[in-house]
Design a protein around this ligand. Sequence first.
Ligand code: NI
Length: 208
Amino acid sequence: MNLRKVLIFAIAALAAVLLAFALVKGVRLFTGTTSAPGGAVVATAGAAIGGPLTLTDSGGKRVTDADFRGRYVLIYFGYTFCPDVCPTELQAMGRALDLLGPAGEKIVPVFISVDPARDTPETLGKYVRAFHPRMIGLSGSDDDIARAAKAFRVYYRLGRPSAPGAKDYLVDHTSFIYLMGPDGKLAVLLRGGAGAEAIAQGIRSVLP
Ligand code: NI
């Protein structure tokens, strides 16, 4: 085989491995799936998603999952340097809360960074307010973020910068929107890319 053939073979093999990995991950995540409004809901209450969190808010205050007990919390994991997916999702979340009207006021929108090296609490605070005036940005140490991501089964991986030490890397990450109930447990898991109307409908389907 010449070099080009070897490369093509290597890329195809890598793609097959990645696809198999995605399928296995997907099957695990989608266990407990129900049919849902707009196809936006991928799991409902009972899925083992969520757990203890300790993170830092934009004021530098440590925040735990217990601080949100008694309230509905709409969570998205991502990073402020994200060129497209994160801003689109956060915009859809903010718009969904507006669409819900008074019911939307019961929900606390939260953005958790998977890129704490660049997303300082201050940076995050400014960023999230552009999407919803009540949105809370949470960051923390690498360990804090790793623990939160594990609890929510979020996959993320920092990309390679253009030069060693450069801050222009991308972060690969899963895209789901989690509505946690007043008991701190998953109320509904929404598919990323669902859009504001479908998110609002998914939330409405579980609100009392
Ligand atoms: Ni993103």
